[in-house]
Design a protein around this ligand. Sequence first.
Ligand SMILES: [Zn+2]
Length: 115
Amino acid sequence: MHEMSYVVRIVSLALRKAQENGAAEVKSLTVLVGEMTDIVPEYLHKYYPDAVKGTIMEGSVLKTETDPVKIRCGGCGRIYHPEKANSYACPVCGSTEGEICGGRGLSIRELEIEA
Ligand SMILES: [Zn+2]
């Protein structure tokens, strides 16, 4: 059920962005769903119409894309996608001291507006 609060948050962010851009109407919203989250895109789609009701986003289309997990290696600085087969280690230097720098939470990728 926590998907509803994610939807509300991302919609309010999108609304602010749309207003900053002088939008009269929003056509579509593309959201990146982090691979490391437990957010189920189906639920985002399910709650979206309610979350945008009565706003300039009413009737817009929600699109979701997966945002893959990225790790910045603590050894060599390379950004890579961790693989389980590789014990999530850096493919270049083998370090496991990396820091996660992508694939968490929800973010707006694109907002299609009509001015
Ligand atoms: Zn490395």
